[in-house]
Design a protein around this ligand. Structure first.
Ligand code: FMN
Length: 400
């Protein structure tokens, strides 16, 4: 795992919820990404989980008391408040939300929350009635107004036996929110970014389809980068292996036709469209309603061409909207991509290699070029998709 947060200190506040045990995995994941993770457990949290678990996975002392014993130098409340790059409170109880909203400082965690200027990210977890209570809702609204960030809660099965909203968000959604909170920029604030992602599944019969090996990793990296830059993000997503970040609006679209419909329906509201999906070029001309039986005979599948979504988006976009395409090429990469850039009338195209050793489809890295009208192609070499997403947004920002 890359040491993404090697220079970051994260204060993980754990409150008295049944979900407290899940914070240990979070602490471990953050530590594995190189962060210095200091954990603070409230008195109630210690009814659910012991500090030693956090100390074992983070290699750092867990903070439990304001007084007796006093925390060691460097982990007393003002020192941590000043040193932390992020406060992540997960699980956050109704109680800590109320205390934070009203400036109550009656234990180590609530006092330190008041003393910090670092971004604060809450992952609430509680029973549905507690979550929906007007007091909790008002406290959250107040905290949001003051700039606090939230992830979740999710819906599902709750510890109290009911089904509803109030579950601590999934670990990966919390980690995405941490990634966004740690490196927040505002250069796309207020801009609406639509990203297509993943493969298409074009049906042949009720059980079979034509697909491709796209995983959705590039679309996910782009969506996270857009969120990090404070854009409003919509992901039109094929059936991906790697789901898009939960903070984006996610519109499922299995076939190219569904993807086209979803994009065209939103095009008028978009400031940026990035077509990262590996859209199926062809679909089965006839889709059998019944499962096609094996009968020992050869079969011929006739393929019909699918719409070119990115070309249509470029032709129909509103003025000022930027449309970025992707080209997966196995040879003559830059020159083939330059042809597509021109033919499709795009503002930018990202070309990457498929086939051979540097296969971008499904991989974490891509050998990529960026092309813009009237400019020489820029080779980025072999680049991980997170860095590529960053470079793409840096370029979009500079587009005329
Ligand atoms: C078994 C059990 C589970 C609880 N789970 C939650 C919870 O998920 N969310 C919550 O807000 N409070 C929950 N509570 C209540 C809190 O622990 C209680 O409000 C406590 O004062 C919170 O203290 P803290 O915010 O300082 O950790 C639970 C209590 C018990 C006994």
């Amino acid at each position: 795992m890359s040491l993404l947060y090697a220079d970051k200190t994260i204060l993980l506040g754990v409150c008295g919820s049944v979900a407290a045990y899940r914070a240990c995995d979070l602490a471990s994941q953050l530590a594995q990404r190189g962060a210095t993770v200091l954990t603070a457990l409230t008195k109630s949290a210690r009814q659910f989980i012991l500090p030693a678990s956090f100390e074992a996975v983070t290699g750092q002392p867990a903070i439990t008391e304001m007084f007796s014993p006093l925390p060691a130098p460097g982990v007393e409340h003002i020192a941590v408040a000043q040193r932390a790059d992020l406060f992540l409170i997960a699980p956050a109880t109704a109680n800590i939300l109320a205390k934070a909203a009203h400036g109550i400082a009656d234990d180590w965690l609530s006092t330190t929350l008041l003393a910090t200027r670092a971004p604060v990210l809450f992952g609430p977890a509680m029973n549905t009635a507690m979550y929906e209570h007007p007091a909790t809702q008002a406290n959250m609204a107040l905290l949001k107004e003051r700039g606090a960030l939230f992830v979740g809660p999710a819906s599902g099965n709750l510890a109290c036996g009911s089904d509803g909203v109030g579950r601590l968000a999934d670990r990966d959604d919390i980690l995405d929110a941490v990634a966004v909170a740690l490196h927040k920029d505002k250069d796309f604030a207020g801009r609406r970014v639509l990203i297509t992602s993943g493969p298409n599944h074009e049906p042949i019969d009720p059980v079979r389809f034509i697909g491709n090996r796209s995983s959705g990793k590039m679309g996910r990296a782009l969506a996270l980068e857009a969120l990090r830059r404070c854009a409003q993000v919509c992901v039109v997503s094929g059936p991906v292996e790697v789901k898009p970040p939960a903070a984006a609006e996610i519109v499922p679209a299995a076939t190219a036709a569904q993807m086209r419909e979803a994009v065209m329906a939103r095009l008028d509201q978009c400031d940026v469209v990035i077509a990262a999906a590996a859209v199926a070029d062809f679909r089965a001309e006839q889709v059998s309603e019944r499962k096609i039986k094996r009968d020992g005979n050869k079969r011929t599948l006739t393929l019909a061409p699918n719409p070119d979504i990115v070309a249509e988006a470029a032709a129909r976009k509103r003025p000022g909207c930027k449309v970025v395409g992707f080209a997966a090429e196995s040879h003559d990469i830059a020159s083939n991509a330059a042809g597509k850039l021109k033919e499709k009338g795009l503002d930018m195209i990202v070309a990457n290699t498929v086939g051979g050793d540097a296969n971008a489809i499904g991989a974490d890295t891509s050998a990529a070029w960026m092309l813009m009208p009237g400019k020489e192609p820029t080779s980025l070499g072999c680049i991980d998709k997170t860095s590529l997403a960053k470079r793409i947004f840096d370029c979009i920002r500079e587009l005329p």
